[in-house]
Design a protein around this ligand. Structure first.
Ligand SMILES: Cc1cc2nc3c(=O)[nH]c(=O)nc-3n(C[C@H](O)[C@H](O)[C@H](O)COP(=O)(O)O)c2cc1C
Length: 191
């Protein structure tokens, strides 16, 4: 199995970094190939310029976007790792989605038929929040899943998707953090 990890956090010296290490260790244990696209440290430019916006409809992409798209086509599984910021995602990842997961790449119309390029791939999303489960689960989790899973990725052709959030990581004790990482480890082990 080939795995592409999109890591969207300014530093690996963070709980998100620990999530990344946990996932990578489990993929190694399974003997599965993986690539890491670390958007901040790779210097990905998330701004969709006027020229790029105009070119998208002609299916013309810059080299850095083509590199991301090649990675997606290569992979069987795509992992997104990011912190919840303003009940959404870092602008870096939003820009990555706007530029990379496009109509024309993820969805194409050929002879009047919609071709879903990525539908055989699985998408595993790992998020972290400052807020507790009680505060998020009531309505924000459902809202985020509606927008992200349904409105973005299902529309853009993924069929198999899952999001796992680690709650209240900013106030968690070391023990609680270890337990949350263990849950992620088990999840990846059972893929
Ligand atoms: C700009 C910004 C916005 C944030 N917005 C939210 C939010 O809307 N909901 C929430 O639960 N936590 C929010 N947080 C807290 C982060 O989710 C939390 O710091 C992060 O998940 C901790 O993981 P890390 O140590 O890997 O950064 C925000 C943090 C920042 C920096």
């Amino acid at each position: 199995m080939k795995n592409l990890i999109i890591f969207s956090h300014p530093t690996r010296d963070s709980f998100n970094g620990a999530v990344l290490s946990t996932i990578v260790r489990e993929l190694d244990n399974k003997g599965w190939e993986y690539r890491i696209n670390d958007l901040y440290s790779d210097g990905f430019n998330p701004v969709l310029t006027l020229e790029e916006w105009e070119n998208q409809s002609k299916n013309i992409y810059s080299e850095d976007v083509k590199k991301q798209q090649r990675g997606i086509l290569w992979a069987d599984n795509i992992f997104l790792i990011y912190p919840i910021w303003w009940m959404s995602m870092p602008a870096m990842l939003k820009g990555w989605i706007d530029k990379v997961i496009t109509e024309g790449f993820a969805r194409k119309k050929e002879n009047g038929e919609i071709i879903k390029t990525l539908e055989e791939k699985s998408l595993y999303i790992f998020t972290t929040s400052g807020r507790t489960k009680e505060k998020l689960a009531k309505d924000y989790d459902a809202a985020m899943d509606k927008v992200l899973l349904d409105g973005t990725f299902k529309y853009c052709s993924f069929k198999n998707m899952n999001r796992k959030n680690s709650y209240a990581v900013t106030s968690a004790t070391n023990e609680e953090r270890k337990r949350m990482l263990k849950e992620i480890e088990e999840l990846v082990k059972n893929l």
